[in-house]
Design a protein around this ligand. Structure first.
Ligand SMILES: Cc1ncc(COP(=O)(O)O)c(C=O)c1O
Length: 482
């Protein structure tokens, strides 16, 4: 039976709902407020998602996102692979698939992991809708409200909303140029043990960390694994960037060092192929995997069959390693452009990391500059970055910023850093004219203390992240309440 037609709607045009308002009113908010679950009160929005709308404007140079440069992927290969799928496996590729993912996709994942010396069982892998879903599934499986989760300080800004929405008590352990301060972690674990608390897991991005660009040293990797074994604690290793190395020798992933008993491993095709295909994975031992599969069934039944078929076709061509090598060449040049521009355009008193891989530099400004305020000024100059506060749950990071170099051409990076350097310099000048204080030129310190990732030319130009302590050249002002 056909639907009765609406006489007010001309045929061929979609019917609009008559009372739909463009904006939410105070009355709407009131009506819904009583319905929201308690967890929505602690949910946080993702800083990068919020910024995406602004940074999509063509006149804005965005150093804010974490976007790989997908224009480097040859369109003709993409067309050929998709055509092959349509011609040979159309019905299957358009169908639902198993919750755990196809065995063929897992074989591709095994190839990627083998490139970093890992050898998981097929049954220990679940294919997820991006690495982001893998973080969500781990938290969904392990975290009750109030449970302790330990993360790095700063941590991946996209993990913050996940831990908040499961109402975790997230505690952060500082990073320096060698990654997470494992000595501080031990102290924190001792303190927690005295309170009778046990973290559900330690979340780390040990290689080319998002956001700080730093890499956990070999010695700290070994110690972290010892700690997890001694204390029977789970470590969640998130490793989207391990294969994007531009210099230096690879380090063993935690998952390899541990053998998969205490380390849960998260990977993704987003940064070595495409984030648009939304394919990631999680490796976990069978008891954890059983619960994760139930969690995934409830959230999306299965990962996209179509994009799993695409990955299968792409890997069958056997060129994926060559493509990653090309990406490394492209990103190395951009990383160099960023580091050189930071040296040239950022004023004395600022520090930044020199990442050996990955997509980000992390800059620390004098403590009196608030990078959330600075972003508004930078946007007026049509340039964007991620304010450091997005990488902390506790209001730290106010004078820090994340700078992405993968998504812009070297010339844009130089222009963007020059513009940001300009607004930073204005703040420094203003501060100096008010206080009569002057920043000392950037010189290596006498002590070995260095800021996160200050491993390269900027080494040792400041103190620990978010800290003014020990700086003769910075008068700490009271931080703004958040
Ligand atoms: C550390 C880290 N984990 C997870 C993700 C999410 O990746 P995906 O695009 O696979 O969801 C990102 C993305 O930038 C990331 O940097």
């Amino acid at each position: 039976m056909s639907e009765p037609s609406d006489p007010a709607v001309p045929s061929g045009e979609p019917a609009t709902r008559p009372h739909r308002r463009a904006h939410t009113t105070a009355r709407d908010l009131e009506r819904y407020a009583g319905l929201f679950a308690a967890r929505t009160r602690v949910m946080r929005s993702s800083a990068m998602r919020d910024l995406m709308e602004i940074t999509a404007r063509p006149e804005v140079i965005s150093l804010a996102g974490g976007l790989p440069d997908t224009s480097t992927f040859p369109p003709e290969s993409f067309a050929a692979q998709m055509t092959r799928i349509a011609q040979e496996s159309s019905a299957e590729a358009l169908q639902y698939g198993p919750t755990e993912g196809f065995a063929e996709t897992k074989e591709c994942i095994r190839e990627v992991m083998a490139a970093e010396g890992m050898d998981p069982e097929l049954g220990d892998i679940i294919v997820t809708t991006g690495g982001q879903q893998a973080i969500d599934l781990v938290a969904k499986t392990l975290v009750d409200p109030g449970d302790v989760v330990i993360a790095e300080a700063p941590t991946y800004p996209g993990a913050v909303p996940v831990f908040c929405s499961y109402q975790a008590d997230t505690l952060q352990v500082e990073v320096d140029a060698e990654g997470m301060r494992v000595d501080l972690l031990e102290g924190l674990l001792d303190d927690l043990a005295r309170e009778g608390r046990r973290p559900k897991f330690i979340y780390t991005v040990p290689t080319f960390q998002n956001p700080a660009g730093v890499t956990l040293s070999a010695a700290r990797r070994r110690r972290l694994i010892e700690i997890s074994r001694e204390r029977e604690l789970l470590v969640v290793e998130d490793n989207p960037y391990g294969l994007l190395r531009y210099e230096g020798a690879p380090l063993e992933p935690l998952y390899r060092l541990d053998g998969g008993d205490y380390v849960l491993y998260l990977g993704t095709f987003s940064k070595i192929l495409s984030p648009g295909i939304r394919l990631g994975w999680l490796c976990a031992p069978p008891p954890v995997m059983e619960k994760v599969v139930l969690g995934k069934q409830a959230s999306d039944l299965c990962t996209s069959t179509l994009t799993q078929y695409f990955v299968r076709e792409y890997f069958a061509e056997g060129n994926w390693r060559a493509y990653v090598a090309d990406l490394c060449d492209v990103y190395r040049e951009r990383r160099d452009a960023m580091v050189e521009s930071l040296e040239r355009f950022f004023p004395p008193g600022t520090t930044w990391s020199h990442p050996e891989g990955g997509l980000f530099c992390w800059a620390t400004l004098p403590g009196y500059i608030d990078t959330t305020d600075l972003l508004a000024k930078a946007l007026r100059e049509n340039v964007a970055f991620v304010p450091g506060a997005a990488a902390y749950v506790d209001g730290r990071g106010g004078s820090e910023m994340r700078l992405n170099f993968s998504a812009s051409q070297p010339a844009e990076i130089r222009e963007g850093i020059q513009r940001i350097g300009g607004v930073v310099a204005e703040q420094v000048d203003l501060y100096e004219s008010i206080t009569g204080e002057h920043q000392l030129p950037n010189v290596p310190p006498a002590s070995s203390a260095s800021p996160p990732g200050a491993a390269g030319s900027a080494e040792g130009r400041g103190s620990a992240p978010g800290s003014d302590q020990g700086r003769a050249d910075v008068i700490p002002l009271r931080r703004r309440e958040r």
